[in-house]
Design a protein around this ligand. Structure first.
Ligand SMILES: Cc1cc2nc3c(=O)[nH]c(=O)nc-3n(C[C@H](O)[C@H](O)[C@H](O)COP(=O)(O)OP(=O)(O)OC[C@H]3O[C@@H](n4cnc5c(N)ncnc54)[C@H](O)[C@@H]3O)c2cc1C
Length: 393
Protein backbone atom coordinates (compact mmCIF):
# COMPACT_ATOMS: atom_id res chain seq x y z
CA UNK A 1 0.00 0.00 0.00
CA UNK A 2 1.39 3.41 -0.96
CA UNK A 3 1.44 6.18 1.66
CA UNK A 4 0.01 9.50 0.50
CA UNK A 5 -0.09 11.12 3.93
CA UNK A 6 1.59 14.36 2.97
CA UNK A 7 -0.82 15.09 0.12
CA UNK A 8 -3.96 17.25 0.34
CA UNK A 9 -6.94 15.11 1.41
CA UNK A 10 -9.75 13.98 -0.85
CA UNK A 11 -12.89 15.89 0.15
CA UNK A 12 -16.07 13.83 0.37
CA UNK A 13 -19.39 15.69 0.50
CA UNK A 14 -21.88 13.49 2.37
CA UNK A 15 -21.40 10.80 5.00
CA UNK A 16 -24.11 8.30 4.07
CA UNK A 17 -23.25 4.73 3.07
CA UNK A 18 -21.60 5.94 -0.17
CA UNK A 19 -19.49 8.67 1.46
CA UNK A 20 -18.25 6.51 4.32
CA UNK A 21 -17.54 3.52 2.03
CA UNK A 22 -15.49 5.86 -0.16
CA UNK A 23 -13.55 7.16 2.84
CA UNK A 24 -12.78 3.56 3.91
CA UNK A 25 -11.76 2.50 0.39
CA UNK A 26 -9.47 5.52 -0.17
CA UNK A 27 -7.85 5.14 3.26
CA UNK A 28 -7.35 1.45 2.51
CA UNK A 29 -5.20 2.57 -0.44
CA UNK A 30 -3.31 5.02 1.79
CA UNK A 31 -5.01 8.30 0.80
CA UNK A 32 -6.03 10.95 3.36
CA UNK A 33 -9.72 11.91 3.36
CA UNK A 34 -12.01 14.56 4.90
CA UNK A 35 -15.70 13.67 5.09
CA UNK A 36 -18.01 16.71 5.28
CA UNK A 37 -21.54 15.79 6.42
CA UNK A 38 -24.31 18.36 6.75
CA UNK A 39 -26.19 16.60 9.58
CA UNK A 40 -25.22 17.03 13.23
CA UNK A 41 -24.48 13.29 13.43
CA UNK A 42 -23.39 10.48 11.10
CA UNK A 43 -26.56 8.42 11.10
CA UNK A 44 -28.72 6.19 8.90
CA UNK A 45 -32.49 5.85 9.01
CA UNK A 46 -34.01 2.86 10.77
CA UNK A 47 -34.79 0.34 8.07
CA UNK A 48 -33.48 -2.81 6.48
CA UNK A 49 -31.32 -3.24 3.45
CA UNK A 50 -30.58 -6.24 1.26
CA UNK A 51 -26.98 -6.94 0.32
CA UNK A 52 -26.34 -8.98 -2.82
CA UNK A 53 -23.19 -11.11 -3.28
CA UNK A 54 -21.71 -8.29 -5.38
CA UNK A 55 -21.29 -5.97 -2.39
CA UNK A 56 -19.39 -8.64 -0.44
CA UNK A 57 -16.97 -9.09 -3.34
CA UNK A 58 -15.89 -5.44 -3.02
CA UNK A 59 -16.12 -5.30 0.79
CA UNK A 60 -13.65 -8.19 0.87
CA UNK A 61 -11.19 -6.09 -1.15
CA UNK A 62 -11.17 -3.40 1.58
CA UNK A 63 -11.20 -5.81 4.53
CA UNK A 64 -14.77 -5.07 5.71
CA UNK A 65 -16.74 -8.14 4.62
CA UNK A 66 -16.69 -9.90 8.01
CA UNK A 67 -17.51 -6.69 9.90
CA UNK A 68 -20.61 -6.10 7.77
CA UNK A 69 -21.66 -9.75 8.01
CA UNK A 70 -21.29 -9.85 11.81
CA UNK A 71 -24.70 -8.23 12.48
CA UNK A 72 -26.47 -9.41 9.33
CA UNK A 73 -28.98 -12.21 8.75
CA UNK A 74 -28.49 -14.74 5.95
CA UNK A 75 -31.92 -15.60 4.53
CA UNK A 76 -32.23 -19.16 3.18
CA UNK A 77 -34.32 -17.99 0.24
CA UNK A 78 -36.19 -15.21 -1.52
CA UNK A 79 -39.84 -15.80 -2.37
CA UNK A 80 -42.34 -13.95 -4.46
CA UNK A 81 -46.01 -14.62 -3.67
CA UNK A 82 -49.26 -13.39 -5.15
CA UNK A 83 -50.76 -10.94 -2.62
CA UNK A 84 -54.34 -11.83 -3.69
CA UNK A 85 -54.15 -15.64 -3.82
CA UNK A 86 -51.12 -16.36 -1.63
CA UNK A 87 -49.71 -18.60 -4.39
CA UNK A 88 -45.92 -18.98 -4.59
CA UNK A 89 -44.76 -17.41 -7.86
CA UNK A 90 -41.05 -18.11 -7.59
CA UNK A 91 -38.33 -18.90 -5.08
CA UNK A 92 -34.59 -18.28 -5.36
CA UNK A 93 -32.34 -20.23 -2.98
CA UNK A 94 -30.02 -17.79 -1.19
CA UNK A 95 -28.23 -19.99 1.34
CA UNK A 96 -25.41 -22.41 0.61
CA UNK A 97 -26.41 -22.92 -3.05
CA UNK A 98 -26.29 -19.23 -3.84
CA UNK A 99 -23.02 -18.77 -1.92
CA UNK A 100 -21.51 -21.67 -3.87
CA UNK A 101 -22.68 -20.18 -7.17
CA UNK A 102 -21.68 -16.55 -6.55
CA UNK A 103 -18.75 -17.25 -4.17
CA UNK A 104 -20.22 -14.64 -1.79
CA UNK A 105 -23.26 -14.64 0.54
CA UNK A 106 -26.60 -12.87 0.19
CA UNK A 107 -27.44 -11.03 3.43
CA UNK A 108 -29.96 -8.60 4.91
CA UNK A 109 -28.99 -6.05 7.52
CA UNK A 110 -30.09 -2.92 9.33
CA UNK A 111 -28.97 0.25 7.53
CA UNK A 112 -27.61 1.50 10.85
CA UNK A 113 -25.47 -1.64 11.16
CA UNK A 114 -23.74 -1.37 7.78
CA UNK A 115 -23.36 2.40 8.24
CA UNK A 116 -21.86 1.79 11.71
CA UNK A 117 -19.43 -0.77 10.24
CA UNK A 118 -18.14 1.91 7.86
CA UNK A 119 -18.23 4.61 10.55
CA UNK A 120 -16.18 2.54 13.01
CA UNK A 121 -13.64 1.73 10.29
CA UNK A 122 -13.41 5.49 9.53
CA UNK A 123 -12.95 6.34 13.20
CA UNK A 124 -10.14 3.84 13.58
CA UNK A 125 -8.21 5.18 10.58
CA UNK A 126 -5.76 8.01 11.13
CA UNK A 127 -6.14 8.95 7.46
CA UNK A 128 -9.85 9.89 7.80
CA UNK A 129 -11.28 13.06 9.36
CA UNK A 130 -15.04 13.04 9.98
CA UNK A 131 -16.80 16.40 10.28
CA UNK A 132 -20.46 17.12 11.08
CA UNK A 133 -22.56 20.26 10.58
CA UNK A 134 -20.57 20.89 7.42
CA UNK A 135 -22.86 21.53 4.48
CA UNK A 136 -21.01 21.88 1.20
CA UNK A 137 -22.61 24.86 -0.53
CA UNK A 138 -20.35 25.29 -3.55
CA UNK A 139 -16.93 24.41 -4.88
CA UNK A 140 -14.21 25.82 -7.06
CA UNK A 141 -11.94 23.68 -9.20
CA UNK A 142 -8.52 25.33 -9.48
CA UNK A 143 -7.11 22.81 -11.94
CA UNK A 144 -4.65 21.15 -9.57
CA UNK A 145 -6.74 21.30 -6.35
CA UNK A 146 -10.29 22.18 -5.23
CA UNK A 147 -11.83 24.36 -2.55
CA UNK A 148 -15.33 23.95 -1.16
CA UNK A 149 -17.38 26.63 0.59
CA UNK A 150 -19.24 25.43 3.65
CA UNK A 151 -22.51 26.73 5.06
CA UNK A 152 -20.79 28.26 8.12
CA UNK A 153 -18.72 30.48 5.83
CA UNK A 154 -15.49 28.47 6.13
CA UNK A 155 -13.65 26.81 3.26
CA UNK A 156 -11.89 23.47 2.87
CA UNK A 157 -9.11 22.67 0.44
CA UNK A 158 -8.56 19.28 -1.10
CA UNK A 159 -6.90 17.29 -3.82
CA UNK A 160 -10.30 16.55 -5.38
CA UNK A 161 -14.01 16.50 -4.47
CA UNK A 162 -16.24 13.43 -4.48
CA UNK A 163 -19.97 14.27 -4.33
CA UNK A 164 -21.65 11.57 -2.22
CA UNK A 165 -24.50 13.92 -1.40
CA UNK A 166 -27.34 11.64 -2.43
CA UNK A 167 -30.49 11.84 -4.53
CA UNK A 168 -30.85 15.65 -4.31
CA UNK A 169 -27.10 16.29 -4.88
CA UNK A 170 -26.18 19.95 -5.29
CA UNK A 171 -22.82 18.95 -6.78
CA UNK A 172 -24.60 16.95 -9.49
CA UNK A 173 -26.52 20.07 -10.44
CA UNK A 174 -23.19 21.74 -11.36
CA UNK A 175 -21.79 18.74 -13.24
CA UNK A 176 -24.80 17.14 -14.92
CA UNK A 177 -27.42 19.89 -14.47
CA UNK A 178 -30.48 17.68 -14.93
CA UNK A 179 -32.68 19.33 -12.31
CA UNK A 180 -34.79 17.46 -9.77
CA UNK A 181 -35.04 13.66 -9.72
CA UNK A 182 -37.91 11.91 -11.52
CA UNK A 183 -40.80 11.12 -9.18
CA UNK A 184 -41.76 7.49 -9.85
CA UNK A 185 -45.30 7.76 -8.51
CA UNK A 186 -44.49 5.00 -6.00
CA UNK A 187 -44.24 5.49 -2.24
CA UNK A 188 -42.57 3.18 0.29
CA UNK A 189 -43.75 2.89 3.89
CA UNK A 190 -41.29 1.20 6.19
CA UNK A 191 -41.18 -0.03 9.77
CA UNK A 192 -39.03 -2.31 11.91
CA UNK A 193 -40.54 -4.64 14.51
CA UNK A 194 -38.91 -6.55 17.34
CA UNK A 195 -38.90 -10.32 16.78
CA UNK A 196 -41.25 -10.75 19.77
CA UNK A 197 -43.84 -8.47 18.13
CA UNK A 198 -44.14 -10.65 15.01
CA UNK A 199 -46.75 -13.44 15.38
CA UNK A 200 -44.96 -16.79 15.25
CA UNK A 201 -46.97 -18.08 12.31
CA UNK A 202 -46.02 -15.01 10.25
CA UNK A 203 -42.28 -14.92 11.04
CA UNK A 204 -40.21 -16.23 8.13
CA UNK A 205 -36.41 -16.44 7.80
CA UNK A 206 -36.66 -15.64 4.06
CA UNK A 207 -36.97 -12.41 2.12
CA UNK A 208 -40.66 -12.54 1.17
CA UNK A 209 -42.25 -10.27 -1.45
CA UNK A 210 -46.04 -10.14 -1.82
CA UNK A 211 -46.85 -8.83 -5.29
CA UNK A 212 -50.27 -7.15 -5.57
CA UNK A 213 -52.02 -4.89 -8.07
CA UNK A 214 -50.15 -1.55 -7.88
CA UNK A 215 -48.67 -2.60 -4.52
CA UNK A 216 -46.05 -4.85 -3.06
CA UNK A 217 -45.04 -5.75 0.46
CA UNK A 218 -41.63 -7.10 1.53
CA UNK A 219 -40.51 -8.50 4.88
CA UNK A 220 -37.35 -10.11 6.23
CA UNK A 221 -35.44 -10.47 9.52
CA UNK A 222 -32.59 -8.13 10.50
CA UNK A 223 -29.76 -8.03 13.04
CA UNK A 224 -29.08 -11.75 13.45
CA UNK A 225 -32.86 -12.33 13.49
CA UNK A 226 -33.64 -9.99 16.42
CA UNK A 227 -35.65 -7.51 14.32
CA UNK A 228 -38.12 -7.74 11.44
CA UNK A 229 -38.15 -5.29 8.53
CA UNK A 230 -41.36 -4.36 6.70
CA UNK A 231 -41.64 -2.28 3.52
CA UNK A 232 -45.01 -1.60 1.86
CA UNK A 233 -45.00 0.10 -1.55
CA UNK A 234 -47.99 1.53 -3.44
CA UNK A 235 -48.75 3.98 -6.22
CA UNK A 236 -49.26 7.63 -5.25
CA UNK A 237 -48.37 11.02 -6.71
CA UNK A 238 -47.46 12.50 -3.34
CA UNK A 239 -44.03 14.21 -3.40
CA UNK A 240 -41.83 15.08 -0.45
CA UNK A 241 -38.03 15.31 -0.34
CA UNK A 242 -36.13 13.32 2.25
CA UNK A 243 -36.53 9.89 3.73
CA UNK A 244 -38.18 10.32 7.07
CA UNK A 245 -41.69 11.80 6.90
CA UNK A 246 -44.50 10.01 8.76
CA UNK A 247 -46.87 8.05 6.50
CA UNK A 248 -50.67 7.98 6.86
CA UNK A 249 -52.09 4.60 7.92
CA UNK A 250 -55.42 5.26 6.19
CA UNK A 251 -53.75 5.80 2.86
CA UNK A 252 -51.89 2.52 3.27
CA UNK A 253 -55.10 0.60 4.04
CA UNK A 254 -56.84 2.03 0.98
CA UNK A 255 -54.17 0.41 -1.19
CA UNK A 256 -53.76 -2.94 0.55
CA UNK A 257 -57.38 -3.81 1.48
CA UNK A 258 -58.46 -7.05 -0.14
CA UNK A 259 -54.99 -8.62 0.02
CA UNK A 260 -54.12 -11.85 1.83
CA UNK A 261 -54.62 -12.07 5.63
CA UNK A 262 -50.87 -12.73 6.05
CA UNK A 263 -50.24 -9.30 4.51
CA UNK A 264 -52.97 -7.46 6.40
CA UNK A 265 -52.16 -9.04 9.77
CA UNK A 266 -48.56 -7.92 9.42
CA UNK A 267 -49.52 -4.40 8.31
CA UNK A 268 -51.81 -4.16 11.36
CA UNK A 269 -48.86 -4.57 13.70
CA UNK A 270 -47.41 -1.21 12.75
CA UNK A 271 -48.45 1.98 14.49
CA UNK A 272 -46.06 4.45 12.93
CA UNK A 273 -44.81 4.22 9.39
CA UNK A 274 -41.96 6.29 7.93
CA UNK A 275 -42.40 7.29 4.31
CA UNK A 276 -40.09 7.46 1.30
CA UNK A 277 -41.23 9.05 -1.98
CA UNK A 278 -39.39 6.93 -4.52
CA UNK A 279 -37.44 8.80 -7.19
CA UNK A 280 -34.72 8.04 -9.72
CA UNK A 281 -33.09 9.65 -12.74
CA UNK A 282 -32.26 8.78 -16.33
CA UNK A 283 -28.80 7.21 -16.55
CA UNK A 284 -25.99 9.53 -17.67
CA UNK A 285 -22.59 8.66 -19.10
CA UNK A 286 -20.54 11.51 -17.67
CA UNK A 287 -20.66 12.52 -14.02
CA UNK A 288 -17.08 13.82 -13.63
CA UNK A 289 -15.47 17.12 -14.45
CA UNK A 290 -11.71 17.52 -13.94
CA UNK A 291 -11.22 17.12 -10.13
CA UNK A 292 -14.86 16.62 -9.17
CA UNK A 293 -16.86 13.42 -9.48
CA UNK A 294 -20.07 11.88 -8.14
CA UNK A 295 -20.78 8.57 -6.43
CA UNK A 296 -23.76 6.51 -5.24
CA UNK A 297 -27.21 8.11 -5.44
CA UNK A 298 -25.67 11.42 -6.52
CA UNK A 299 -24.32 9.71 -9.67
CA UNK A 300 -27.02 7.14 -10.52
CA UNK A 301 -30.10 7.22 -8.27
CA UNK A 302 -32.26 4.17 -8.84
CA UNK A 303 -35.55 2.73 -7.65
CA UNK A 304 -35.07 0.12 -4.92
CA UNK A 305 -36.68 -2.77 -6.80
CA UNK A 306 -33.40 -4.62 -7.31
CA UNK A 307 -32.27 -3.71 -3.76
CA UNK A 308 -28.97 -2.37 -5.08
CA UNK A 309 -28.51 1.38 -4.41
CA UNK A 310 -26.21 0.92 -1.43
CA UNK A 311 -24.50 -2.04 -3.11
CA UNK A 312 -23.79 0.11 -6.18
CA UNK A 313 -22.50 2.99 -4.01
CA UNK A 314 -20.11 0.59 -2.27
CA UNK A 315 -18.97 -0.90 -5.59
CA UNK A 316 -18.38 2.67 -6.84
CA UNK A 317 -16.30 3.46 -3.74
CA UNK A 318 -13.98 0.50 -4.15
CA UNK A 319 -13.57 0.86 -7.93
CA UNK A 320 -12.93 4.60 -7.55
CA UNK A 321 -10.19 3.98 -4.98
CA UNK A 322 -8.63 1.35 -7.24
CA UNK A 323 -8.64 3.68 -10.27
CA UNK A 324 -7.08 6.49 -8.21
CA UNK A 325 -4.40 4.13 -6.88
CA UNK A 326 -3.57 3.12 -10.46
CA UNK A 327 -2.80 6.73 -11.44
CA UNK A 328 -2.56 8.93 -8.33
CA UNK A 329 -0.69 11.58 -10.32
CA UNK A 330 -3.60 12.17 -12.71
CA UNK A 331 -6.85 12.47 -10.76
CA UNK A 332 -9.00 13.74 -13.68
CA UNK A 333 -7.95 10.67 -15.72
CA UNK A 334 -8.61 8.39 -12.73
CA UNK A 335 -12.12 9.89 -12.37
CA UNK A 336 -12.84 9.24 -16.05
CA UNK A 337 -11.52 5.67 -15.74
CA UNK A 338 -13.81 5.20 -12.71
CA UNK A 339 -16.96 6.44 -14.41
CA UNK A 340 -16.17 4.49 -17.58
CA UNK A 341 -15.90 1.35 -15.46
CA UNK A 342 -19.22 2.12 -13.77
CA UNK A 343 -21.76 3.85 -15.95
CA UNK A 344 -23.09 0.92 -18.00
CA UNK A 345 -23.37 -1.35 -14.98
CA UNK A 346 -25.17 1.25 -12.89
CA UNK A 347 -27.35 2.28 -15.87
CA UNK A 348 -28.43 -1.34 -16.26
CA UNK A 349 -29.51 -1.46 -12.63
CA UNK A 350 -31.35 1.89 -12.97
CA UNK A 351 -33.22 0.65 -16.06
CA UNK A 352 -33.92 -2.87 -14.80
CA UNK A 353 -35.13 -1.61 -11.41
CA UNK A 354 -37.94 0.22 -13.23
CA UNK A 355 -38.84 -2.97 -15.13
CA UNK A 356 -38.91 -5.02 -11.90
CA UNK A 357 -41.15 -2.35 -10.30
CA UNK A 358 -43.64 -2.74 -13.16
CA UNK A 359 -43.50 -6.51 -12.77
CA UNK A 360 -44.07 -6.46 -9.00
CA UNK A 361 -47.11 -4.19 -9.35
CA UNK A 362 -48.63 -5.81 -12.44
CA UNK A 363 -52.38 -6.42 -12.82
CA UNK A 364 -54.53 -8.61 -15.06
CA UNK A 365 -52.86 -10.42 -17.96
CA UNK A 366 -49.50 -8.73 -17.25
CA UNK A 367 -49.53 -10.29 -13.78
CA UNK A 368 -50.53 -13.66 -15.27
CA UNK A 369 -47.68 -13.43 -17.75
CA UNK A 370 -45.25 -12.55 -14.97
CA UNK A 371 -46.40 -15.53 -12.90
CA UNK A 372 -46.13 -17.86 -15.88
CA UNK A 373 -42.64 -16.65 -16.83
CA UNK A 374 -41.21 -16.71 -13.32
CA UNK A 375 -42.82 -19.93 -12.09
CA UNK A 376 -41.65 -21.93 -15.09
CA UNK A 377 -37.96 -21.23 -14.36
CA UNK A 378 -35.75 -23.97 -12.93
CA UNK A 379 -33.70 -23.04 -9.81
CA UNK A 380 -30.64 -22.92 -12.08
CA UNK A 381 -32.39 -20.52 -14.48
CA UNK A 382 -33.44 -18.30 -11.56
CA UNK A 383 -29.82 -17.96 -10.49
CA UNK A 384 -28.60 -17.45 -14.06
CA UNK A 385 -31.15 -14.61 -14.36
CA UNK A 386 -29.39 -12.56 -11.66
CA UNK A 387 -25.81 -13.53 -12.57
CA UNK A 388 -25.21 -10.27 -14.51
CA UNK A 389 -25.76 -8.45 -11.22
CA UNK A 390 -24.36 -10.75 -8.56
CA UNK A 391 -21.27 -11.88 -10.47
CA UNK A 392 -19.90 -8.32 -10.67
CA UNK A 393 -17.81 -6.32 -10.38
C1 LIG B 1 -37.25 2.04 0.31
C2 LIG B 1 -35.81 1.83 -0.07
C3 LIG B 1 -35.24 0.59 0.07
C4 LIG B 1 -33.92 0.38 -0.30
N1 LIG B 1 -33.39 -0.87 -0.20
C5 LIG B 1 -32.12 -1.09 -0.59
C6 LIG B 1 -31.57 -2.41 -0.50
O1 LIG B 1 -32.25 -3.34 -0.06
N2 LIG B 1 -30.27 -2.60 -0.90
C7 LIG B 1 -29.50 -1.56 -1.37
O2 LIG B 1 -28.33 -1.80 -1.71
N3 LIG B 1 -30.02 -0.31 -1.47
C8 LIG B 1 -31.28 -0.05 -1.10
N4 LIG B 1 -31.80 1.21 -1.19
C9 LIG B 1 -30.98 2.29 -1.78
C10 LIG B 1 -30.00 2.88 -0.79
O3 LIG B 1 -30.65 3.21 0.40
C11 LIG B 1 -29.35 4.13 -1.38
O4 LIG B 1 -28.99 3.91 -2.71
C12 LIG B 1 -28.10 4.49 -0.59
O5 LIG B 1 -28.42 4.70 0.76
C13 LIG B 1 -27.45 5.73 -1.19
O6 LIG B 1 -26.36 6.12 -0.40
P1 LIG B 1 -25.62 7.48 -0.68
O7 LIG B 1 -24.55 7.58 0.35
O8 LIG B 1 -25.28 7.60 -2.12
O9 LIG B 1 -26.72 8.63 -0.42
P2 LIG B 1 -27.45 9.03 0.94
O10 LIG B 1 -27.68 7.88 1.81
O11 LIG B 1 -28.61 9.87 0.54
O12 LIG B 1 -26.39 9.97 1.70
C14 LIG B 1 -26.15 11.29 1.31
C15 LIG B 1 -25.54 12.02 2.50
O13 LIG B 1 -25.10 13.29 2.07
C16 LIG B 1 -25.48 14.27 3.01
N5 LIG B 1 -25.55 15.53 2.26
C17 LIG B 1 -26.46 15.90 1.31
N6 LIG B 1 -26.16 17.11 0.82
C18 LIG B 1 -25.03 17.51 1.45
C19 LIG B 1 -24.22 18.68 1.35
N7 LIG B 1 -24.52 19.67 0.50
N8 LIG B 1 -23.12 18.78 2.15
C20 LIG B 1 -22.81 17.79 3.02
N9 LIG B 1 -23.56 16.67 3.17
C21 LIG B 1 -24.63 16.52 2.37
C22 LIG B 1 -26.81 13.75 3.54
O14 LIG B 1 -27.10 14.33 4.81
C23 LIG B 1 -26.53 12.26 3.63
O15 LIG B 1 -25.92 11.89 4.85
C24 LIG B 1 -33.14 1.45 -0.82
C25 LIG B 1 -33.69 2.72 -0.93
C26 LIG B 1 -35.02 2.91 -0.57
C27 LIG B 1 -35.60 4.27 -0.74
Amino acid sequence: MAAHNGARPFLIAGGGIGGLATACALAHKGFPVRVLEQSPEFREVGAGIQLGPNIFRVLERIGLKDTVLADAHIPPGMEMRDALTGKLITRIELGAKSTARFKQPYAVTHRTDIHAAFLNACKSSNLITLENNQRVDSYEDHGDYVTVSLADGSRAEGRALIGCDGMWSAIRERIVGDGKPRVSGHIAYRAVLKRADVPNDLWRPDVVLWAGPRTHFVHYPLRRGELYNLVAVFHSDHYEEGWNAEGSRDLLWQHFKGERPEVLRMLERIETWRMWVLCDREPVKNWSKNRVTLLGDAAHPMLQYLAQGACMATEDAVILSEKIAEQPGDIPAAFIAYQNARYLRTARVQVMARVYGEFYHARGPTAELRDQMLSSRTPQESMDGVAWLYDGP
